[in-house]
Unconditional design. Structure first.
Length: 105
């Protein structure tokens, strides 16, 4: 956010902070959220190259709406499901490691 805009908002009583501040997340919780979001975005990219959401769902024994939730970073989706889905799209464990390693860099 631009400094002048931030100053104007603060002058009108607004508080400026991060999502982590707003949700009162610990540093570990923040990293977990960032990892899940990175995996979600990567899943969508990998899946779109090879198959539909329905095809991926069938491949991992899930449903198309669940894959849509996974790709959109829904909090109810586990990291395990994200990794299983990524592997089913052809991603390797090394690819997943690189996605995770890129968080916070």
């Amino acid at each position: 956010m631009e400094q002048t805009k931030q100053e104007l908002l603060e002058a009108k009583g607004w508080k400026i902070g991060s999502v982590s501040d707003f949700l009162d997340l610990t540093p570990a919780e923040t990293i977990i959220v960032e990892i899940k979001l990175a995996l979600s975005h990567s899943l969508k990219e990998h899946r779109q190259k090879n198959m539909t959401q329905a095809e991926l769902a069938s491949k991992i024994g899930s449903s198309q709406p669940r894959i849509a939730k996974a790709e959109n970073g829904d909090a109810s989706v586990s990291i395990e499901l994200l990794m299983r889905a990524l592997l089913a799209t052809g991603a390797t464990p090394k690819d997943i490691g690189q996605i995770i390693a890129g968080v916070g860099s």
